[in-house]
Structure formats: structure tokens, C-alpha cells
Design a protein around this ligand. Structure first.
Ligand SMILES: Nc1ncnc2c1ncn2[C@@H]1O[C@H](COP(=O)(O)OP(=O)(O)OP(=O)(O)O)[C@@H](O)[C@H]1O
Ligand SMILES: [Mg+2]
Length: 281
């Protein structure tokens, strides 16, 4: 038996994934090629890379939203690719996701309180008082009052909507949260607030983050470790400091140099998010 204290919470090994080229076509396009990484409990792995490199596809595989061709996705010692649908459903309680666009993930026909309560209902928390207590607690934690939560999503700003999406992801007390570009749709000042919130929540709740982001400044700030994807492969990996500062990672350097002001932006984001900067994440 592996030791749960030191074993990775998530281990992906030689993950391969292709899609059919079109209905009825026998041609397949290879999207992920032998993707491997490990993620330790309470830590953040930043998954960076150009648009189309396969970051969201990796997330979809981890979430069980799409099948894999081959490879291992081990969560807390369990191979997710071998689970039946009901088993995966139970496991999914412990793995939650936050998407880039909270508008897409928050159904506008429901109040915020209902939206945050929904995962509890889906996962069988039958006691209404218990549900109300947990909803109030998680909303309070992300800075939304119970009174505000009686309103519909359109009544909130982009930053608030993302806080609501985070509350919805956290209400089931997950272990792993997959964050797919969670701040890229937000203004820079709001980005820093949401990043601070995510960082505080990680410390308080011991959350583990798979943090997908194309903004290298954000990746540097938030991640303990970094994996860099290019054309479906992990081409560079290591600690955040190692990957961003070490000259032995030429692809990452090229990425940094390709984004005008990326290095300066890293410094200004760190200044806007002091709690993060002092932790040296
Ligand atoms: N359902 C699908 N069917 C066919 N091809 C797909 C499908 N989903 C994604 N792809 C292709 O897989 C490749 C990787 O896409 P993916 O969304 O994983 O990239 P990404 O790194 O998340 O990019 P971005 O930074 O733009 O979000 C792209 O070429 C995309 O067109
Ligand atoms: Mg994506």
C-alpha cells in the first residue's frame, strides 16, 4: 500500500486521447500524447501552453467527461478510467471543476442559492436544513451574503459570478478542483481578488488544484509545480521557479518572450495580490 500522506492525489500516466475527424470518418486526430504528471495533496499544478495544446482535453479526461484511448488516471489510488458510471459518479463528488466563463456554468433561471444547493441535492444530501447550512457557509466563505443569494446570476458582476461558481464547486467539500482558466475572463484587478480567494481557500481547506491557464504570470504566481504542454505533449515540467527561471526550459522561455510584457505582468500581478506574493507561490 502506498502511504496516503506522500502518495500523489492525482497521477496521470501515458494518457493518450484522439478524436474522430468527422462523423463516419475512420481518421482520428491525436490530441494527447503520453501525457504524464503527478499532483500532490494541497498543492497546485499549473498546466500551461498555447491555445489548442490540449489543456482542456486533459481536464475533460480527468473529470471523466470524455473517454481516453489509453493511459492511467489515478485519483487517491483509484484508477478512474476503470470505474463504472455509478462509481465515477460517486468519485466525482471529490473532484470538482470551475470553468472560464461563469455565465455558461450558472443557469440564469435559478437563484444563486438554488445553484449552490443543486450539487448537494444531486449527490443525495436529503436534509434541507443541512443543505441550507452548507450553502450559507460556502457562500459566506466566497463573500456572497445569503440575502444576495436570493437574486439571479445576471444581477452579479463577473467577479462575483466566478465566486458563485467557486462556491458551487466547493459545496461538496471536494479534494481536487480543476480550474480551467478561472480568471481569464475577468478584469486584472478582479483577477487578483479571485486568485487571492483561491489561494486562501486552498490553505484553509487543504485543496489540491489542477490549474489550467495560458497566462504565465498567473501560473507562476499560483503554482507549486508547472507542466508545459505543446501539441498534446508535456514538453517541460518542474517546480514553478525551476521552469520559469531556469534556462534549460527553452520552450517556456520562448512562450514568455512571445507574450509582450509577460515578465513585467508577473511582477505587477504579484504586487496586486500581496498575500500570494509573500507566500512565494
Ligand atoms: N470534442 C472534440 N472533437 C474534436 N477535436 C477536439 C474536441 N475537443 C478539442 N478538440 C481539439 O483538441 C485540440 C486541443 O484542444 P483543447 O481545448 O484541449 O486545447 P486548450 O489547450 O485547452 O486550448 P485553449 O487554451 O484555447 O483553451 C484542439 O485542436 C481542438 O480543436
Ligand atoms: Mg482550453
Amino acid at each position: 500500500m502506498s502511504n496516503p500522506a506522500t502518495a500523489p492525489l492525482l497521477r496521470v500516466e501515458n494518457l493518450n486521447k484522439s478524436y474522430g475527424k468527422g462523423v463516419g470518418s475512420r481518421h482520428r486526430v491525436q490530441i494527447l500524447r503520453d501525457v504524464s504528471f503527478e499532483l500532490r495533496r494541497g498543492q497546485t499544478l499549473g498546466l500551461v501552453g498555447e491555445s489548442g495544446s490540449g489543456k482542456s482535453t486533459t481536464a475533460a479526461c480527468v473529470m471523466g467527461l470524455t473517454g481516453v484511448d489509453s493511459g492511467l488516471i489515478e485519483f487517491d489510488g483509484v484508477n478512474l478510467t476503470a470505474l463504472s458510471k455509478p462509481e465515477m459518479r460517486r468519485m466525482r463528488k471529490r473532484i470538482q471543476m470551475v470553468f472560464q466563463d461563469p455565465n455558461g456554468s450558472l443557469d440564469p433561471r435559478f437563484t444563486v442559492a438554488d445553484l449552490v444547493e443543486e450539487p448537494l441535492i444531486i449527490h443525495g444530501v436529503t436534509d434541507a436544513a443541512e443543505r441550507a447550512r452548507r450553502v450559507a457557509q460556502v457562500l459566506d466563505r466566497v463573500g456572497i451574503t445569503v440575502k444576495q443569494a436570493q437574486r439571479f446570476p445576471f444581477a452579479f458582476s463577473g467577479g462575483q459570478r466566478q465566486r458563485i461558481a467557486i462556491a458551487r464547486a466547493l459545496v461538496l467539500n471536494p479534494d481536487l478542483v480543476v480550474l480551467d482558466e478561472p480568471v481569464s475572463a475577468l478584469d486584472v484587478s478582479i483577477q487578483a481578488q479571485v486568485l487571492n480567494l483561491l489561494s486562501d481557500l486552498q490553505d484553509e481547506l487543504g485543496l489540491t488544484y489542477l490549474f489550467i491557464v495560458h497566462d504565465l504570470a498567473v501560473a507562476r504566481l499560483m503554482s507549486h509545480n508547472i507542466a508545459v504542454m505543446n501539441a498534446g505533449r508535456i514538453v517541460e515540467a518542474g517546480t514553478s521557479a525551476d521552469v520559469f527561471d531556469n534556462t534549460s526550459h527553452p520552450y517556456t522561455r520562448a512562450l514568455l518572450d512571445a507574450v509582450p510584457g509577460a515578465r513585467r505582468r508577473a511582477a505587477s500581478l504579484a504586487a496586486a495580490a500581496p498575500a500570494l506574493a509573500t507566500e512565494g507561490k
